[in-house]
Write a protein that binds this ligand. Structure first.
Ligand SMILES: *Cc1c(COP(=O)(O)O)cnc(C)c1O
Length: 379
């Protein structure tokens, strides 16, 4: 078989290799060091906030962000049902209850109308909502103008899950800069990577300080290891921060490469009735992390899984969109405001190879393979 084409593989090369080797030779191995400090400054500067705290994953950033906002047992966190499980898992770690809100079908992001409804219902029932966690799906920022206004009306803090949207903007401001705090992810498949890692971003110094404290085993500032809180070992290592700095310097170039792939898909499907490139409207503000298509089987006569199977025969990876959280067995019986929008996206969506490391040869292999599928179906 030919070489496998993945949906979004890490895009690393000589620059990253040199950065990691230089960090290792500098002696800053265990585990914090100057590259961590510089990486925090550079990411914070890039999104335009005052503080960054580099952590071992985006999930860890969500967990500590929630704890720092006072999220805990007996409270409810309102969040998107259309997301990756990490968002909800972090809420579960705190002992709070996730409350799922359905999507705006055009973007897959949390529907502001439904969010307001959820907050009103919970308030009427006398429940304590400790946070709202909106998710920037596939690199498209949530409508924060609207969401932050609604959050303010109800006096609930927002922790933005920008794990997928570093490099995107909303109303001229960078994703990762909205709400009381935001989190980003540097997992291997994200827009940029530290192989594994994440960061909490905030303008609030007290939040940054507390997250940093919790992430380093909650040590009191005395020599004999005094503890008054349960801590975590959640910091990012200096070697990985060095990798992250090299990646950050290439972020715009990597976004451009993903955008070129999106444009190829737009062309490819432009004349195909019943297929649309998901979220293509207004995507100039996105980081275009992943490109998905939505297939209306009643019009096309074929299902997303048919195209997926055709791609798999040539060793090309594709996947459905995130399966909504309220449909996950582990969250059975969960509460929320559900309209069916995210379920329809899940049924119709297929995510295609979108990574910035794709070579021209690989791009051509993907587009040729899709064209042959479409040709067979039309004939
Ligand atoms: C990837 C992702 C996370 C988790 O980030 P990790 O760094 O993998 O822990 C959280 N939320 C969303 C929406 C993600 O896509």
């Amino acid at each position: 078989m030919t070489d496998r084409i993945f949906m979004s593989s890490p895009d690393v090369g000589q620059l990253e290799e040199d950065a990691v080797v230089a960090a290792m030779r500098s002696g800053w191995i265990a585990p914090l060091g100057p590259d961590v400090d510089a990486f925090e400054r550079e990411v914070a500067e890039r999104v335009g906030v005052a503080h960054g705290v580099a952590l071992s994953s985006g999930t860890a950033a969500l967990h500590l962000g929630l704890l720092t906002l006072g999220v805990g047992p007996g409270t409810v966190v309102v969040t998107s049902t259309m997301t990756f499980a990490a968002t909800t898992n972090a809420i579960m770690y705190t002992g709070a209850e996730p409350y799922f809100v359905d999507a705006d079908e055009a973007t897959g992001n949390i529907d502001p109308v439904l969010l307001r409804q959820a907050l009103q219902q919970l308030r009427a029932a006398g429940e304590t909502v400790s946070a709202i966690v909106p998710v920037d799906l596939l690199g498209k920022a949530v409508d924060y103008t609207n969401i932050l206004e609604i959050a303010e009306e109800h006096d609930v803090p927002v922790l933005s899950d920008a794990a997928e949207s570093l490099g995107a903007t909303h109303a001229g401001r960078a994703a990762g800069s909205f709400g009381r705090a935001s989190i980003v992810s540097f997992n291997g498949n994200k827009i940029m990577t530290t192989s594994g890692g994440g960061m909490l971003l905030t303008d609030d110094e007290a939040i940054a300080t507390h997250v940093r404290y919790l992430a380093t085993q909650a040590r009191q500032p005395v020599v004999h290891y005094e503890h008054t809180d349960i801590g975590y070992n959640y910091r990012l290592s200096n070697l990985l921060a060095a990798l992250g700095r090299a990646q950050l310097s290439r972020l715009d170039e990597m976004i451009d490469a993903r955008r070129r792939m999106r444009e190829l898909y737009k062309q490819l499907f432009s004349d195909v009735d019943g297929v649309e490139v998901f979220g293509a409207e207004g995507d100039a503000n996105d980081n275009v992390w992943l490109t998905s298509v939505l297939v209306d089987e009643a019009t096309t006569g074929w299902a997303p899984s048919d195209l997926a199977a055709h791609l798999a025969e040539d060793d090309i990876e594709s996947r459905p969109l995130w399966k909504p959280m309220h449909l996950q067995p582990v969250f059975a019986g969960s509460r929320g405001v559900i309209t069916g929008a995210s379920e329809r996206l899940f049924d119709r969506g297929l995510t295609l190879p979108s990574g910035s490391a794709l070579t021209d040869v690989q791009r051509a292999r993907v587009t040729t393979r899709i064209a042959s599928f479409l040709g067979e179906r039309v004939a």
